[in-house]
Design a protein around this ligand. Structure first.
Ligand SMILES: NC(=O)c1ccc[n+]([C@@H]2O[C@H](COP(=O)([O-])OP(=O)(O)OC[C@H]3O[C@@H](n4cnc5c(N)ncnc54)[C@H](O)[C@@H]3O)[C@@H](O)[C@H]2O)c1
Length: 483
């Protein structure tokens, strides 16, 4: 299968060879015991994200895992994956795996003897789907965010503690070598005890816009970007500092996308959807990408799910600019900002400590490429002549550490193959072979339900803060987190 690990609108990184065979790059693994049966996986939610797991199970992890069933509301998307699995297994046609609707989740777990359910449904369904899969007797691999509201957090915590079933939160950003290296630096004590973090994440007008095309644009279903997107970033900070967020103040709003903003800027009439809207740089044309066409355009007839709605349409209930102040139990404060309509994409994080400061700067896409017809180019590397001109902002990453009274030093960042600088491949090793690790992970990258709840908690508290205009203490929300 092709690279499945990223949203097609996300910046694509060039692969590079590993430079250091240390814990950040590759763990040492025991061989698979010859008599051990493969674990039986079912995929619940067969949208784009499911592809990373399906590709791993039918590819590098096929000796320890097998897909045994699909569960989704849309038979078109199930058929897409069933055909991909058939091809990956070298069959003449589709794999013909059993398919179930969401009402039959429990029956699927029992009948197909499912060991693990991979949950890749829309965010607001995660807690319910985890609880039902675990009650039926399965472990769960869960995409972020853990939940979108307080009730979901409580239900998820009850399910894990009540059933004793395993839940792996797949926080893939932890595994990006640059982020792992920053954790190593902080844990080494080189910058002392962290006192504050300044974290800015900018999403560009291709990837950032994508959160305004479908269900993510509704706070009810995604929790807003503070939950849906920032839970990745908050998890990083929780993990970098090895600390727990306690209080959140949020300010933000919808200031760029949406009908009102378009009217205020005089954008004029807009197409309802991107497919066929030639020459519009805001349009996502589902015909331009084989997977987008197969998973969404060709599957619309079953449920009317439009993947490419106009980002300036009415009905958007999330923010595109968000600022947070987050206080941590250990005494550090994070100032954080997220912007979803930037001309380039990447992030800067600075950690101040009692002994010095660490700064990580990442440019994932220096500029957005537009082709001769005015269409955004999703993958400039596949379109000759379409590479954007951004000489002053080259793609790359830089980690600089400076201790008091000393000069600065640049810390080398190991790189691996594939998405997120090789991070996705490392995550998948932990998802499918964690029990075969010969050494514990010194970086403690594998995340569980508490990590998931602590990351979502900040966005949920931010939503309360946005509503009330006041700081919100996470403890008062009663999210089911251990104290
Ligand atoms: N970690 C990452 O970097 C990353 C990247 C992308 C997506 N994600 C997460 O993965 C999840 C899926 O994202 P996506 O982009 O594939 O979304 P998607 O909308 O493309 O896919 C979701 C799938 O769930 C199905 N579905 C909807 N309601 C259902 C129900 N009640 N029962 C069963 N199936 C149902 C839909 O038909 C669809 O096939 C989201 O939670 C998202 O946050 C994580």
């Amino acid at each position: 299968m092709t690279q499945l690990d990223q949203n097609p609108t996300a910046p694509r990184r060039a692969a590079s060879a590993s430079t250091r065979a240390d814990a950040v790059v590759a763990p040492r693994l025991a061989p698979v015991p010859p008599d051990r049966p493969r674990r039986r996986y079912a995929v619940l939610g067969t949208g784009h994200r499911a592809g990373m797991y399906v590709g791993a199970i039918t590819g590098p992890h096929r000796d320890v895992a097998e897909v045994v069933a699909w569960c989704d509301t849309n038979p078109g998307r199930i058929a897409f994956y069933d055909a991909e699995v058939g091809a990956a297994l070298g069959l003449d046609g589709p794999a013909g795996l059993p398919t179930y609707g969401p009402d039959d989740l429990e029956r699927m777990v029992e009948r197909e003897r499912v060991d693990v359910v991979v949950v890749t449904t829309p965010d607001h369904l995660h807690a319910e789907h985890v609880a039902r899969a675990q009650a039926a007797g399965a472990d769960v691999v869960l995409e972020k965010p853990a939940a979108t509201d307080a009730e979901g957090c409580r239900a998820l915590a009850r399910s894990v503690t009540g059933t004793g079933r395993d839940l792996v939160m797949t926080f893939n950003y932890r595994y990006s070598p640059r982020n792992s290296t920053l954790r190593e630096v902080i844990a080494s004590g080189e910058i002392g005890r962290p006192t504050s973090v300044h974290f800015e994440w900018v999403l560009d007008t291709v990837h950032g816009a994508d959160y305004f095309r479908r269900w993510h644009r509704e706070r009810e279903r995604s929790g807003g970007l503070g939950v849906h997107k920032s839970s990745h970033h908050v998890d990083l900070v929780n993990w970098w500092l090895d600390d727990v967020p306690e209080r959140v103040f949020a300010s933000g709003g919808l200031r760029f996308y949406g009908r009102e903003n378009a009217d205020a800027r005089g954008l004029g009439p807009r197409p309802e959807r991107g497919t066929g809207a030639d020459g519009d740089p805001w349009a996502l044309d589902l015909r331009a990408d084989r997977r987008l066409r197969g998973l969404y355009l060709d599957a619309e007839q079953h449920d009317g799910y439009l993947r490419d709605r106009d980002v300036f349409a009415p009905g958007i209930t999330i923010d595109d600019n968000l600022a947070l102040v987050v206080d941590y139990r250990g005494g550090a404060t994070m100032t954080y900002s997220l912007n979803a309509h930037c001309p380039w994409e990447g992030y800067t994080v600075a950690v101040n400590g009692t002994e010095g400061r660490a700064e990580l700067t990442v440019v994932e896409r220096g500029a957005v490429a537009v082709d001769a017809e005015g269409r955004v180019v999703l993958d400039p590397s596949a379109t000759p002549g379409a590479a954007p001109v951004a000489p002053s902002r080259p793609e790359g990453e830089r980690l600089v550490v400076q201790r008091h009274w000393e000069g600065s030093r640049e810390v080398p960042i190991p790189r691996g193959e594939g998405g997120h600088g090789g991070g996705d491949a490392l995550l998948l090793i932990d998802v499918f072979r964690r029990d075969l690790r010969l050494d514990p992970d010194p970086l403690r990258r594998a995340a569980g339900y508490e990590d998931g709840l602590r990351a979502a908690a900040v966005g949920i508290a931010a939503n309360a803060s946005l509503r009330t205009g006041r700081p919100v203490t996470i403890g008062e929300l009663g999210l089911g987190l251990p104290t």
